[in-house]
Design a protein around this ligand. Structure first.
Ligand code: 13P
Length: 402
Protein backbone atom coordinates (compact mmCIF):
# COMPACT_ATOMS: atom_id res chain seq x y z
CA UNK A 1 0.00 0.00 0.00
CA UNK A 2 1.36 3.31 -0.99
CA UNK A 3 1.93 5.67 1.93
CA UNK A 4 -0.26 8.70 1.78
CA UNK A 5 1.77 11.85 1.60
CA UNK A 6 0.82 13.93 4.62
CA UNK A 7 1.98 17.54 4.40
CA UNK A 8 2.92 19.10 7.70
CA UNK A 9 1.37 22.36 8.77
CA UNK A 10 4.66 24.21 8.17
CA UNK A 11 5.00 22.69 4.69
CA UNK A 12 1.48 23.82 3.84
CA UNK A 13 2.20 27.33 5.02
CA UNK A 14 5.46 27.40 3.07
CA UNK A 15 3.63 26.27 -0.06
CA UNK A 16 1.12 29.09 0.17
CA UNK A 17 2.00 32.12 -1.99
CA UNK A 18 3.82 34.61 0.22
CA UNK A 19 3.49 37.38 1.06
CA UNK A 20 -0.23 37.78 0.69
CA UNK A 21 -1.46 41.15 -0.46
CA UNK A 22 -3.73 42.87 2.04
CA UNK A 23 -7.31 42.16 1.07
CA UNK A 24 -9.25 44.98 -0.42
CA UNK A 25 -12.78 44.44 -1.47
CA UNK A 26 -11.95 46.11 -4.77
CA UNK A 27 -10.06 42.96 -5.69
CA UNK A 28 -13.28 40.96 -5.67
CA UNK A 29 -15.25 41.62 -8.84
CA UNK A 30 -18.58 43.25 -8.18
CA UNK A 31 -17.76 44.10 -4.57
CA UNK A 32 -17.31 47.41 -2.83
CA UNK A 33 -14.19 49.37 -3.53
CA UNK A 34 -13.52 50.38 0.08
CA UNK A 35 -10.60 48.80 1.89
CA UNK A 36 -11.68 46.29 4.49
CA UNK A 37 -8.97 45.86 7.07
CA UNK A 38 -9.03 43.08 9.66
CA UNK A 39 -12.79 42.74 9.33
CA UNK A 40 -13.46 46.05 11.05
CA UNK A 41 -15.58 47.38 8.19
CA UNK A 42 -17.65 50.50 8.93
CA UNK A 43 -17.16 50.13 12.66
CA UNK A 44 -13.63 51.40 12.25
CA UNK A 45 -14.71 54.33 10.13
CA UNK A 46 -17.74 55.34 12.14
CA UNK A 47 -16.81 58.05 14.67
CA UNK A 48 -19.95 57.15 16.63
CA UNK A 49 -19.03 53.45 17.02
CA UNK A 50 -18.20 53.54 20.74
CA UNK A 51 -21.11 55.83 21.54
CA UNK A 52 -23.54 53.57 19.66
CA UNK A 53 -22.39 50.55 21.63
CA UNK A 54 -22.66 52.41 24.93
CA UNK A 55 -26.13 53.74 24.12
CA UNK A 56 -27.44 50.33 23.09
CA UNK A 57 -25.96 48.74 26.19
CA UNK A 58 -27.49 51.40 28.43
CA UNK A 59 -30.96 50.99 26.95
CA UNK A 60 -30.75 47.18 27.11
CA UNK A 61 -29.69 47.03 30.75
CA UNK A 62 -31.47 44.43 32.87
CA UNK A 63 -34.62 45.47 34.68
CA UNK A 64 -35.52 48.26 32.26
CA UNK A 65 -37.31 48.60 28.95
CA UNK A 66 -38.57 51.11 26.42
CA UNK A 67 -41.73 53.22 26.50
CA UNK A 68 -43.00 53.36 22.90
CA UNK A 69 -44.82 56.69 22.62
CA UNK A 70 -44.17 57.49 18.97
CA UNK A 71 -47.71 57.38 17.62
CA UNK A 72 -48.26 59.80 14.76
CA UNK A 73 -50.46 62.84 15.34
CA UNK A 74 -53.32 61.07 13.56
CA UNK A 75 -53.01 57.92 15.65
CA UNK A 76 -52.56 59.87 18.89
CA UNK A 77 -55.68 61.81 17.92
CA UNK A 78 -57.70 58.62 17.62
CA UNK A 79 -56.56 57.49 21.02
CA UNK A 80 -57.25 60.87 22.63
CA UNK A 81 -60.68 61.07 21.01
CA UNK A 82 -61.48 57.59 22.37
CA UNK A 83 -61.41 59.14 25.87
CA UNK A 84 -63.11 62.38 24.87
CA UNK A 85 -60.00 64.54 24.41
CA UNK A 86 -59.72 66.75 21.33
CA UNK A 87 -56.74 66.13 19.02
CA UNK A 88 -54.86 69.42 19.43
CA UNK A 89 -51.13 70.05 19.71
CA UNK A 90 -51.56 71.16 23.33
CA UNK A 91 -53.49 68.04 24.26
CA UNK A 92 -50.93 65.80 22.59
CA UNK A 93 -48.24 67.70 24.55
CA UNK A 94 -50.14 67.28 27.83
CA UNK A 95 -50.53 63.54 27.25
CA UNK A 96 -46.81 63.08 26.62
CA UNK A 97 -45.98 65.29 29.58
CA UNK A 98 -48.07 63.04 31.81
CA UNK A 99 -46.07 60.05 30.60
CA UNK A 100 -42.57 61.54 30.73
CA UNK A 101 -42.89 63.28 34.10
CA UNK A 102 -44.24 60.29 36.03
CA UNK A 103 -42.02 60.43 39.15
CA UNK A 104 -39.32 57.77 39.13
CA UNK A 105 -40.24 56.41 35.69
CA UNK A 106 -36.54 56.10 34.84
CA UNK A 107 -36.14 53.33 37.38
CA UNK A 108 -38.02 51.02 34.98
CA UNK A 109 -37.71 52.75 31.63
CA UNK A 110 -34.37 53.31 29.88
CA UNK A 111 -35.58 54.76 26.56
CA UNK A 112 -38.66 56.52 25.19
CA UNK A 113 -39.53 56.63 21.49
CA UNK A 114 -41.09 59.88 20.31
CA UNK A 115 -42.83 61.13 17.20
CA UNK A 116 -41.14 64.10 15.51
CA UNK A 117 -43.55 66.69 16.93
CA UNK A 118 -42.82 65.50 20.49
CA UNK A 119 -39.06 65.48 20.00
CA UNK A 120 -39.20 69.25 19.45
CA UNK A 121 -41.95 69.92 22.01
CA UNK A 122 -41.61 71.51 25.43
CA UNK A 123 -43.37 70.68 28.69
CA UNK A 124 -45.78 73.32 30.05
CA UNK A 125 -42.96 74.90 32.08
CA UNK A 126 -40.85 75.37 28.94
CA UNK A 127 -38.45 72.44 29.49
CA UNK A 128 -37.70 70.53 26.31
CA UNK A 129 -39.09 67.01 26.49
CA UNK A 130 -35.66 65.62 25.64
CA UNK A 131 -34.36 67.26 28.81
CA UNK A 132 -37.27 65.99 30.88
CA UNK A 133 -36.42 62.47 29.73
CA UNK A 134 -32.70 62.85 30.25
CA UNK A 135 -33.42 64.12 33.78
CA UNK A 136 -35.15 60.79 34.44
CA UNK A 137 -32.21 58.82 33.02
CA UNK A 138 -34.28 57.94 29.95
CA UNK A 139 -32.66 58.09 26.50
CA UNK A 140 -34.75 60.03 23.96
CA UNK A 141 -35.53 58.16 20.74
CA UNK A 142 -37.28 59.03 17.50
CA UNK A 143 -39.43 57.14 15.04
CA UNK A 144 -37.91 57.80 11.61
CA UNK A 145 -39.98 55.76 9.19
CA UNK A 146 -42.84 57.52 7.49
CA UNK A 147 -45.32 54.66 7.41
CA UNK A 148 -46.40 51.83 5.17
CA UNK A 149 -47.22 51.55 1.47
CA UNK A 150 -48.89 48.55 -0.13
CA UNK A 151 -46.56 46.46 -2.30
CA UNK A 152 -48.17 46.16 -5.72
CA UNK A 153 -48.94 42.59 -6.74
CA UNK A 154 -49.23 41.31 -3.16
CA UNK A 155 -52.27 40.59 -1.05
CA UNK A 156 -52.06 43.88 0.84
CA UNK A 157 -48.51 43.36 2.10
CA UNK A 158 -46.52 46.49 2.79
CA UNK A 159 -43.12 48.12 2.49
CA UNK A 160 -42.01 50.73 5.01
CA UNK A 161 -41.26 54.19 3.65
CA UNK A 162 -38.81 56.85 4.78
CA UNK A 163 -35.35 56.33 3.28
CA UNK A 164 -35.51 59.64 1.39
CA UNK A 165 -33.56 62.31 3.30
CA UNK A 166 -33.11 59.88 6.17
CA UNK A 167 -29.46 60.86 6.70
CA UNK A 168 -30.27 64.56 7.00
CA UNK A 169 -33.21 63.86 9.29
CA UNK A 170 -31.12 61.61 11.55
CA UNK A 171 -28.45 64.29 11.76
CA UNK A 172 -31.04 66.85 12.85
CA UNK A 173 -32.62 64.45 15.37
CA UNK A 174 -29.22 63.76 16.90
CA UNK A 175 -28.66 67.53 17.28
CA UNK A 176 -32.00 67.78 19.05
CA UNK A 177 -30.90 65.11 21.55
CA UNK A 178 -32.20 61.82 20.13
CA UNK A 179 -29.79 58.92 20.55
CA UNK A 180 -31.77 56.06 19.07
CA UNK A 181 -34.26 55.55 16.28
CA UNK A 182 -37.08 53.22 15.29
CA UNK A 183 -38.24 51.84 11.96
CA UNK A 184 -41.17 49.45 11.88
CA UNK A 185 -41.61 46.83 9.17
CA UNK A 186 -44.81 44.81 9.15
CA UNK A 187 -45.14 41.23 7.90
CA UNK A 188 -48.49 39.46 7.85
CA UNK A 189 -49.55 35.87 8.32
CA UNK A 190 -52.95 35.10 6.86
CA UNK A 191 -54.95 31.89 6.84
CA UNK A 192 -52.73 29.28 5.19
CA UNK A 193 -49.99 31.67 4.03
CA UNK A 194 -47.07 33.52 5.49
CA UNK A 195 -45.37 36.67 4.23
CA UNK A 196 -44.27 36.48 0.59
CA UNK A 197 -40.55 36.33 -0.26
CA UNK A 198 -40.99 39.71 -1.92
CA UNK A 199 -42.30 41.26 1.30
CA UNK A 200 -39.60 39.62 3.44
CA UNK A 201 -36.78 40.75 1.16
CA UNK A 202 -38.12 44.27 0.69
CA UNK A 203 -38.64 44.81 4.41
CA UNK A 204 -35.29 43.28 5.39
CA UNK A 205 -33.61 45.52 2.85
CA UNK A 206 -35.39 48.62 4.17
CA UNK A 207 -34.45 47.79 7.76
CA UNK A 208 -30.80 47.26 6.82
CA UNK A 209 -30.51 50.51 4.86
CA UNK A 210 -32.21 52.41 7.67
CA UNK A 211 -29.95 50.81 10.30
CA UNK A 212 -26.84 51.67 8.31
CA UNK A 213 -27.91 55.32 7.89
CA UNK A 214 -28.96 55.68 11.54
CA UNK A 215 -25.60 54.34 12.77
CA UNK A 216 -23.72 56.64 10.42
CA UNK A 217 -25.48 59.54 12.14
CA UNK A 218 -25.01 58.41 15.75
CA UNK A 219 -28.47 56.93 16.34
CA UNK A 220 -28.84 53.36 17.62
CA UNK A 221 -31.34 51.77 15.25
CA UNK A 222 -34.18 49.78 16.72
CA UNK A 223 -34.74 47.18 14.05
CA UNK A 224 -38.42 46.25 14.15
CA UNK A 225 -39.58 43.39 11.95
CA UNK A 226 -43.09 42.83 13.30
CA UNK A 227 -44.79 39.60 12.27
CA UNK A 228 -48.07 41.10 13.24
CA UNK A 229 -50.82 39.43 15.28
CA UNK A 230 -53.79 39.11 12.96
CA UNK A 231 -57.07 37.35 12.31
CA UNK A 232 -57.05 33.65 11.49
CA UNK A 233 -56.66 30.35 13.27
CA UNK A 234 -53.02 29.80 12.36
CA UNK A 235 -50.95 28.07 15.02
CA UNK A 236 -48.11 29.29 17.21
CA UNK A 237 -45.82 26.92 15.27
CA UNK A 238 -46.68 28.79 12.06
CA UNK A 239 -45.90 32.15 13.67
CA UNK A 240 -42.59 30.75 14.93
CA UNK A 241 -41.76 29.37 11.49
CA UNK A 242 -42.47 32.65 9.71
CA UNK A 243 -40.78 34.73 12.38
CA UNK A 244 -37.66 32.61 11.99
CA UNK A 245 -37.65 33.17 8.23
CA UNK A 246 -38.14 36.90 8.66
CA UNK A 247 -35.53 37.48 11.38
CA UNK A 248 -32.88 35.35 9.70
CA UNK A 249 -33.33 37.33 6.49
CA UNK A 250 -33.17 40.63 8.41
CA UNK A 251 -29.97 39.62 10.21
CA UNK A 252 -28.44 38.49 6.92
CA UNK A 253 -29.25 41.83 5.35
CA UNK A 254 -27.87 43.80 8.32
CA UNK A 255 -24.65 41.90 7.80
CA UNK A 256 -24.71 42.69 4.08
CA UNK A 257 -24.88 46.41 4.93
CA UNK A 258 -22.12 46.29 7.57
CA UNK A 259 -24.42 47.21 10.41
CA UNK A 260 -22.62 46.88 13.74
CA UNK A 261 -24.69 44.47 15.80
CA UNK A 262 -23.44 45.71 19.19
CA UNK A 263 -24.98 49.06 18.25
CA UNK A 264 -28.52 47.98 17.41
CA UNK A 265 -31.59 46.88 19.36
CA UNK A 266 -34.12 44.42 18.02
CA UNK A 267 -37.86 44.93 18.41
CA UNK A 268 -39.71 41.78 17.38
CA UNK A 269 -43.09 40.23 18.09
CA UNK A 270 -43.55 37.42 20.55
CA UNK A 271 -44.75 34.23 18.85
CA UNK A 272 -48.51 33.97 19.32
CA UNK A 273 -51.18 31.97 17.52
CA UNK A 274 -53.68 33.81 15.27
CA UNK A 275 -56.51 35.73 16.89
CA UNK A 276 -59.08 33.02 16.07
CA UNK A 277 -56.96 30.14 17.40
CA UNK A 278 -57.11 29.01 21.04
CA UNK A 279 -54.76 31.24 23.06
CA UNK A 280 -51.32 29.92 24.04
CA UNK A 281 -50.09 29.80 27.63
CA UNK A 282 -47.17 32.04 28.64
CA UNK A 283 -44.93 28.93 28.82
CA UNK A 284 -45.83 28.01 25.24
CA UNK A 285 -45.33 31.57 23.97
CA UNK A 286 -41.96 31.65 25.72
CA UNK A 287 -40.88 28.27 24.35
CA UNK A 288 -41.47 29.22 20.71
CA UNK A 289 -40.30 32.80 21.08
CA UNK A 290 -37.02 31.83 22.75
CA UNK A 291 -36.40 29.06 20.22
CA UNK A 292 -36.88 31.56 17.40
CA UNK A 293 -34.52 34.09 18.97
CA UNK A 294 -31.83 31.49 19.72
CA UNK A 295 -31.96 30.32 16.12
CA UNK A 296 -31.74 33.73 14.52
CA UNK A 297 -30.34 36.52 16.71
CA UNK A 298 -26.59 36.68 17.36
CA UNK A 299 -25.41 37.19 20.92
CA UNK A 300 -23.73 40.44 19.85
CA UNK A 301 -27.13 42.18 19.85
CA UNK A 302 -27.49 43.63 23.38
CA UNK A 303 -31.26 43.84 23.70
CA UNK A 304 -34.40 42.22 22.34
CA UNK A 305 -37.26 44.59 23.15
CA UNK A 306 -40.59 42.95 22.40
CA UNK A 307 -43.56 44.98 21.25
CA UNK A 308 -46.89 44.34 22.97
CA UNK A 309 -48.61 44.01 19.60
CA UNK A 310 -52.19 43.80 20.88
CA UNK A 311 -51.56 41.58 23.92
CA UNK A 312 -53.43 42.65 27.04
CA UNK A 313 -51.49 44.51 29.70
CA UNK A 314 -51.37 41.46 31.97
CA UNK A 315 -50.55 39.06 29.12
CA UNK A 316 -47.60 41.25 28.09
CA UNK A 317 -46.15 41.04 31.59
CA UNK A 318 -46.78 37.32 32.12
CA UNK A 319 -45.27 36.40 28.75
CA UNK A 320 -42.22 38.56 29.45
CA UNK A 321 -41.77 36.80 32.79
CA UNK A 322 -42.11 33.38 31.11
CA UNK A 323 -39.38 34.30 28.61
CA UNK A 324 -36.88 34.71 31.44
CA UNK A 325 -37.86 31.34 32.87
CA UNK A 326 -37.48 29.69 29.45
CA UNK A 327 -34.06 31.25 28.86
CA UNK A 328 -32.43 32.18 32.17
CA UNK A 329 -28.98 32.64 30.63
CA UNK A 330 -30.04 34.57 27.56
CA UNK A 331 -27.12 36.41 25.91
CA UNK A 332 -29.35 39.42 25.23
CA UNK A 333 -31.69 41.26 27.54
CA UNK A 334 -35.18 39.88 26.82
CA UNK A 335 -37.20 42.96 27.61
CA UNK A 336 -39.98 45.25 26.47
CA UNK A 337 -40.69 48.18 24.19
CA UNK A 338 -44.38 48.47 24.89
CA UNK A 339 -46.79 51.07 23.59
CA UNK A 340 -50.34 49.91 24.17
CA UNK A 341 -49.48 47.70 27.16
CA UNK A 342 -48.11 50.72 29.04
CA UNK A 343 -50.41 53.44 27.77
CA UNK A 344 -53.89 51.99 27.45
CA UNK A 345 -55.09 52.06 31.06
CA UNK A 346 -52.98 55.15 31.74
CA UNK A 347 -54.88 57.07 29.06
CA UNK A 348 -58.29 55.80 30.18
CA UNK A 349 -57.50 56.82 33.76
CA UNK A 350 -56.40 60.31 32.72
CA UNK A 351 -59.16 60.99 30.17
CA UNK A 352 -57.89 64.55 29.81
CA UNK A 353 -58.85 65.59 33.36
CA UNK A 354 -56.36 67.43 35.51
CA UNK A 355 -57.71 65.82 38.68
CA UNK A 356 -56.83 62.34 37.31
CA UNK A 357 -53.24 63.26 36.45
CA UNK A 358 -51.54 61.70 39.51
CA UNK A 359 -53.67 58.57 39.41
CA UNK A 360 -52.86 58.04 35.73
CA UNK A 361 -49.15 58.43 36.43
CA UNK A 362 -49.45 55.87 39.22
CA UNK A 363 -50.97 53.36 36.77
CA UNK A 364 -48.14 53.96 34.30
CA UNK A 365 -45.56 53.48 37.05
CA UNK A 366 -47.24 50.30 38.27
CA UNK A 367 -47.29 48.86 34.73
CA UNK A 368 -43.68 49.84 34.10
CA UNK A 369 -42.64 48.32 37.44
CA UNK A 370 -44.49 45.06 36.72
CA UNK A 371 -42.68 44.74 33.37
CA UNK A 372 -39.36 45.66 34.94
CA UNK A 373 -39.85 42.87 37.48
CA UNK A 374 -40.90 40.48 34.71
CA UNK A 375 -37.71 41.32 32.83
CA UNK A 376 -35.77 40.26 35.89
CA UNK A 377 -37.91 37.11 36.20
CA UNK A 378 -39.20 38.42 39.52
CA UNK A 379 -42.80 39.39 38.84
CA UNK A 380 -45.01 37.89 41.54
CA UNK A 381 -48.29 39.74 40.97
CA UNK A 382 -50.95 40.78 41.42
CA UNK A 383 -50.92 42.65 38.11
CA UNK A 384 -51.96 46.32 38.24
CA UNK A 385 -54.47 45.76 35.40
CA UNK A 386 -55.54 42.15 35.79
CA UNK A 387 -57.64 40.27 33.27
CA UNK A 388 -57.99 42.99 30.65
CA UNK A 389 -58.67 41.93 27.07
CA UNK A 390 -56.55 42.23 23.99
CA UNK A 391 -55.84 45.83 22.91
CA UNK A 392 -56.69 45.64 19.26
CA UNK A 393 -58.06 49.08 18.49
CA UNK A 394 -56.79 50.47 15.20
CA UNK A 395 -53.61 52.11 16.34
CA UNK A 396 -51.98 52.67 13.04
CA UNK A 397 -53.63 55.06 10.69
CA UNK A 398 -53.04 56.02 7.10
CA UNK A 399 -49.70 56.02 5.33
CA UNK A 400 -47.69 57.89 7.95
CA UNK A 401 -49.15 56.32 11.06
CA UNK A 402 -47.48 54.06 13.55
P1 13P B 1 -47.28 48.17 20.85
O1 13P B 1 -46.56 47.76 22.11
O2 13P B 1 -48.55 48.91 21.11
O3 13P B 1 -47.42 47.06 19.87
O4 13P B 1 -46.38 49.27 20.16
C1 13P B 1 -45.06 49.10 20.10
C2 13P B 1 -44.57 49.75 18.89
O5 13P B 1 -43.92 50.75 18.96
C3 13P B 1 -44.87 49.13 17.61
O6 13P B 1 -44.27 49.82 16.58
Amino acid sequence: MQATSVRSFSQSVAAAPQPRKPFTAAAAPGRRSVAVSAGLSTQKDNPFAEELKATAKYIAQRGRGILASDESNATTGKRLESVGVENTEDNRRDWRQLLYTAPGLGQYISGAIMFEETLYQKARDGTQFVDVLKGQGIVPGIKVDTGLQVLPGTDGETATQGLDNLGARCEAYYKQGARFAKWRAVLKISEGAGPSSQAILENAHGLARYAQIAQANGLVPIVEPEVTLGPGSYSIEETAYWSERVYSCVMRMLNEYDVMLEGILLKPNMCLPGLDAPPASPAEVAKYTVRTMLRTIPAAVPGIHFLSGGMSEEESTLNLQALQEACPNAPWSLTFSYGRALQSSTLKTWAGREENWDKAQQILLALAKANSEAQLGQFKGPHPVPGGGRILQALRTGGAGK
